[in-house]
Design a protein around this ligand. Structure first.
Ligand code: SF4
Length: 291
C-alpha cells in the first residue's frame, strides 16, 4: 500500500471505544468465554471457610501459593484464575509413551534398561492404586489435613521401589529440547524439586516408606540430526535429586490461614501477568478514566 494514501480507517487494528471492549467475551459476567475456553470469573469450586467438606488443593495450586499468595487467593477464594497456558502436547506424548514403557517392566517386575544403564537398583512399583495416583485430573495421591477442610493431592508420573531398602522412589518424567546437557541447576527448576518433594510428602502421609532420593527421567530432543523423517529422537538422562519435604507442613498451615482470611494477600514483585495488567490499566485510565 502507498503510505501516502493510507487513511486511519484503513487500519486493520480494531480501535477500542472503552474499557468494556477489552472484555467483549463478557468474562466478568461469566456468561461467555474466550476462544480458548477461559472464563475470567469462575463461580464454582471456590473455597468456603465454613464448609466442612474437604476442598481440593492440587500440587500445582500449592506451587502457585508459593509463587504468589495473592494469585492463589484470587483463584481459589474469589474465582479469578490466571489464563491457562497452551497444552504441551509433545511433552504429554513423551509422558504417555514412557508410562506405557515402564508399565511393561512393572508388569514383569524387572528393572527398566534405563535403571540398569544408570546403576539404579530399582524396579517399577506395582500397586492397585497406581493408575489412580497417576490421574492428576480425577484422583492423584491424596491427603486430608487434620483439623482443616483441605485435601492436598498430586498426580505423579511414576514410582519405583529401591531394591535394597524397599523404600519408594518418586519419579518424574520431563521432556525438553536444548543443545546443552539437561540439569536441575536453573533457578526456575525449583518448581521441579518442590514437585518431587510434595509427592514424597503425600506418599509418606499415606503410610509409605519413601526415600529422599527422587529421579527425573529427562528426555532431551535432538536438534543436530540431518532430517526429521517423521520422528523425534531423544537423549535420556536419569537425574537423581535429594528431596527435603520439611517445608511442606508450614506451607500447608499458611495455605489454610490464607484461605480462611478475608484479606487479599500482597502480590509478588516479579510477575509478567501483573506487569501486563498494570500497563493496560495505566493506558486505559489515562485515555478513558473509566477503569
Ligand atoms: S503478581 Fe499478580 S498476576 Fe502475578 S501471580 Fe501475583 S497476583 Fe497473580
Amino acid at each position: 500500500m502507498d503510505t501516502k494514501t493510507f487513511k486511519k480507517s484503513d487500519s486493520i487494528v480494531q480501535q477500542p471505544n472503552k474499557l468494556e471492549d477489552c472484555a467483549k467475551a463478557k468474562g466478568d459476567s461469566g456468561k461467555s468465554k474466550s476462544f480458548s475456553g477461559y472464563r475470567g470469573q469462575r463461580v464454582r469450586n471456590l473455597y468456603d471457610p465454613l464448609a466442612t467438606k474437604p476442598f481440593k488443593i492440587s500440587r500445582s495450586k500449592l506451587e502457585l501459593f508459593l509463587r504468589c499468595s495473592r494469585c492463589f487467593y484470587l483463584d481459589r477464594r474469589l474465582g479469578v484464575g490466571q489464563p491457562p497456558g497452551y497444552p504441551f502436547s509433545l511433552n504429554n506424548a513423551v509422558d504417555a509413551l514412557l508410562k506405557k514403557e515402564f508399565d511393561i517392566y512393572r508388569e514383569e517386575q524387572k528393572p527398566h534398561p534405563l535403571c540398569i544403564e544408570n546403576g539404579i537398583e530399582a524396579i517399577p512399583f506395582k500397586h492397585n492404586d497406581m493408575d489412580r495416583w497417576r490421574d492428576s485430573l480425577h484422583a492423584g495421591v491424596q491427603y486430608i489435613v487434620p483439623n482443616t477442610n483441605l485435601m492436598f493431592y498430586g498426580g505423579l508420573d511414576d514410582i519405583w521401589v529401591d531394591s535394597k531398602t524397599n523404600e519408594l522412589l518418586v519419579v518424574d518424567y520431563k521432556a525438553t529440547s536444548k543443545a546443552s546437557e539437561v540439569t536441575l541447576d536453573a533457578d526456575w527448576q525449583i518448581g521441579y524439586k518442590r514437585q518431587a518433594e510434595i509427592y514424597q510428602w503425600l506418599l509418606r502421609k499415606n503410610g509409605f516408606e519413601v526415600s529422599d532420593t527422587a529421579y527425573f527421567v529427562y528426555c532431551n530432543g535432538k536438534r543436530d540430526l540431518e532430517r526429521f523423517d517423521k520422528q523425534l529422537q531423544f537423549d535420556v538422562s536419569v537425574l537423581p535429586y535429594q528431596g527435603n519435604d520439611s517445608w511442606i507442613e508450614e506451607a500447608v498451615i499458611q495455605v489454610y490461614q490464607c484461605l480462611q482470611s478475608d484479606i487479599i494477600p500482597s502480590a509478588t514483585d516479579a510477575c509478567d501477568y501483573c506487569q501486563f495488567f498494570i500497563g493496560v490499566k495505566k493506558h486505559l485510565y489515562k485515555k478513558y478514566s473509566q477503569i
